[in-house]
Design a protein around this ligand. Structure first.
Ligand SMILES: C[S@@+](CC[C@H](N)C(=O)[O-])C[C@H]1O[C@@H](n2cnc3c(N)ncnc32)[C@H](O)[C@@H]1O
Length: 334
């Protein structure tokens, strides 16, 4: 892959994969923390869970017995691979948004199509480098480009690539559920521009279900989700010079039936003050920081969101227990 890079990015050539750093989070992290903790109802954006440690904690969550989404989505992908094969154009470029461990994409590479290239986009740059490099070693015929970027921002792949293969997007893990429905439409509009005319998009979305199953999945007995949630404060302390007492906050997740979403919080165990970069933030006992939403959609609810963003909802599959859905969307021509 011969990619001319823009001047304001850093690029490294790895023996196995190319890596582009669009510097997604260094300055915006401090700004988001100051504004989120300064608000009447404190919140922090979930995208900041993910440094290398956060990415590894997420991978451990995927292995937990209570966390059904990963194994359900992977089994469903394997089952529907022949049908996906009929929809995906040969020789397409596969663009994964929020690639994490790049584990699920291997099912597409092995069972669905002969992709010419794989573009892996993630905010967690160090982890992305390692995972993209490992994948490139395992698939030596595949051109692999790792892009450290915020996928809610415009990403001009056409400018770098300079050739016009059809693109197929991949957004597994129900990461779409971390966005509000309005932000999901905005994300999908941005993805539609990145994928371009003739593009397809494979998206995993978690289904609405019994609140007990959801509660167990987001409050695991081993406390891995709690450690993942607290990683936000770990990052604030180590990267922004914060002085959060990590032992004085605990994890809470519950299902908000009205909004159809899991809400995750860090709860202050006592009255306390945290300082970050010359700013002070007071917490009362029991006060919360809202750290993540995970929206659950029926097939029809998700299809309406995709159609608002200019996609045609071509196909949808669910597993036999109605836990998870996978959608194939096409970029509409108008
Ligand atoms: C829920 S995990 C899913 C990981 C993997 N796709 C899977 O299905 O197991 C979300 C992934 O998206 C990445 N991510 C979250 N917000 C992002 C953003 N705004 N821009 C780019 N990557 C983001 C995280 O670093 C993480 O790898």
């Amino acid at each position: 892959m011969n990619i001319p890079l823009p001047m304001n990015t850093s690029a490294e050539s790895w023996p196995t994969a190319r890596y582009v750093d669009l510097r997604p989070s260094s300055e915006s992290f401090l700004g988001a923390v100051i504004s989120g903790l300064g608000a009447g109802r404190k919140s922090l954006p979930s995208k900041f869970f993910y440094d290398e440690r956060g990415s590894r904690l997420f991978d451990r969550i995927c292995e937990l017995p209570e966390y059904y989404p990963t194994r359900t989505e992977m089994a469903l992908m394997t089952d529907i691979a022949p049908e996906l094969r009929a929809l995906v154009p040969e020789g397409a470029e596969l663009v994964e948004f929020g690639s994490g461990s790049s584990r699920k994409v291997r099912i597409l590479l092995d069972a669905v199509a002969a992709f010419a290239a794989y573009v892996s986009i993630d905010i967690s740059g160090d982890y992305l480098k390692q995972m993209a490099s490992a994948l490139a070693c395992d698939y030596p015929a595949l051109d692999v480009l790792a892009v450290s970027a915020d996928y809610t921002q415009p990403i001009d792949l056409a400018h770098w690539e300079g050739c016009s293969r059809p693109r197929v997007g991949f957004f597994p893990g129900s990461t779409i559920g971390n966005l509000t429905p309005e932000d999901a439409v905005a994300f999908l509009e941005n993805a539609r521009r990145i994928l371009g005319p003739g593009g397809g998009f494979i998206v995993g979305a978690d289904l609405k279900k019994d609140a007990g199953i959801l509660h167990a999945a987001y409050n695991d007995a081993a406390g891995v989700t709690a450690a993942f949630n607290l990683n936000l404060l770990v990052r604030i302390n180590s990267e922004l010079g914060g002085d959060f007492d990590l032992a004085a906050f605990h994890h809470r997740a519950h299902y908000n039936q009205e909004k159809g979403r899991i809400e995750m919080y860090l709860v202050s165990d006592r009255d306390q003050t945290a300082r970050i970069d010359g700013h002070s933030f007071d917490f009362t006992e029991g006060e919360t920081i809202h750290t993540e939403n995970s929206h659950k959609y029926t097939v029809e609810e998700f299809q309406r969101i995709a159609e608002r963003a200019g996609f045609i909802a071509q196909r949808a599959w669910t597993d036999e227990n109605q836990l998870f859905s996978i959608h194939y969307l096409e970029v509409s021509s108008d």
